[in-house]
Design a protein around this ligand. Structure first.
Ligand SMILES: NC(=O)c1ccc[n+]([C@@H]2O[C@H](COP(=O)([O-])OP(=O)(O)OC[C@H]3O[C@@H](n4cnc5c(N)ncnc54)[C@H](O)[C@@H]3O)[C@@H](O)[C@H]2O)c1
Length: 324
């Protein structure tokens, strides 16, 4: 279980784009802990300098401040790289509805530049962040690869387009690509601030500050909230996946189902506060329920997540208590 037994030769060089962000910085940390080298490429648009400063004194860590919208930057960043873990993108469904052109340029052209650079520089594997949003309005649960519905936001379009481009790079240019369809990831270093913050860190911060959080909708929506360590495991195992599994996208989740209202009251209890939430309108582009069938990743990547929601939320709360 997990990724303890995953091993790479010590001179292996990973490139993590978006490495100054939440998931990317957790990937950088895990790679350094394995004794390998990591180059982080990030434009610090939503990522943080402090997530770079954490590792900058480690001789196995290198930081390039740069934008994946620039092919030249991507080419330089891929020099000598064994594995690319492409996380750079802007998240948030509502923000993508406000700025579709930016999402196309940043999330689609950016990833296409990275694919092209990885191909030209002879990278071994290209693992990239996709999203459960590619399931759109498909109503059946659990969500299963190959059964996708109509897309509900420019963000979802950007992730779907990335998957299609990645498939072309496997088909025509022999680059082994693996798409990670993350389902609502949470854990240390996820940004609790701003209008587009994810719900778990936002609620934890508000409750710790004695503020009243707002739940969009009735709180009866459910998600397959996934602790970030499971996402790290999936990325590292995808780097060692067989060629036969390339050109595919995989659900990366725990395979559970949590209701937002239960999470809310779980947090108030764990934090020892007695605050009733406000309820606001549903958000455009959101679906009511989402949970994942993870059998494809289990079978083809050897993915075997060992962080349940309960175990992960305890670790996340502890981290926010110490770091907020
Ligand atoms: N967090 C989730 O629940 C979740 C769910 C599904 C998919 N994803 C995907 O996972 C990836 C990582 O998400 P995250 O939650 O860590 O977000 P994040 O905002 O914390 O990290 C993204 C990082 O990418 C960087 N970045 C953005 N555009 C860039 C560009 N043009 N050039 C260079 N760097 C750029 C940002 O500065 C940031 O550091 C994203 O691709 C996101 O769409 C996340």
């Amino acid at each position: 279980m997990g990724y303890e037994s995953v091993r790479f030769p010590e001179n292996t060089l990973f490139l993590v784009t978006g490495g100054a962000g939440f998931i990317g910085s957790n990937l950088c940390e895990a790679i350094l802990n394995k004794g390998c080298k990591v180059r982080c490429l990030d434009d610090l648009s939503t990522g943080k300098q402090e997530n770079v400063d954490l590792f900058i004194n480690n001789p196995n860590y290198e930081f390039i401040k740069g934008d994946i919208k620039e092919l030249d930057t991507c080419m330089k960043a891929c020099e000598g790289v064994d594995y690319v873990l492409n996380q750079a993108a802007w998240g948030s469904v509502p923000r993508s509805i406000e700025m579709p052109l930016f999402y196309c340029a940043n999330n689609i052209q950016g990833t296409l530049n990275m694919l092209e650079a990885a191909r030209q520089k002879g990278v071994k594997k290209f693992v990239y962040a996709s999203s459960s949003s590619v399931y759109g309005d498909e109503p059946n649960l659990p969500k299963k690869e190959g059964r996708e519905g109509n897309l509900l936001s420019p963000y979802a379009v950007s992730k779907r387009a990335d998957e299609e481009w990645a498939k072309q790079y496997t088909r025509h240019y022999g680059l082994d690509t693996y798409g990670m369809r993350y389902f609502n990831v949470f854990g240390r270093r996820q940004d609790p601030n701003g209008a587009y913050a994810a719900v778990i860190p936002k609620f934890i911060k508000q409750l710790l500050n004695g503020e009243v959080p707002t739940i969009n909708g009735d709180g009866k929506q459910s998600r397959d909230f996934t602790f970030v360590e499971n996402v790290v495991e999936a990325n590292l195992k995808a780097c060692l996946a067989p060629h036969e599994a390339a050109g595919e996208a995989f659900n990366i989740a725990f395979g559970g189902r949590e209701y937002l209202i239960d999470i809310y009251y779980g947090l108030t209890k764990a934090l020892g506060v007695d605050i009733e939430p406000n309820f606001g309108p549903d958000r455009a582009g959101d679906i009511k329920h989402s949970n994942a069938d993870i059998s494809k990743a289990k079978e083809l990547l050897g993915y075997d997540p060992d962080w349940s929601f309960d175990r992960g939320i305890k670790a996340a709360i502890e981290w926010y208590r110490e770091n907020l």
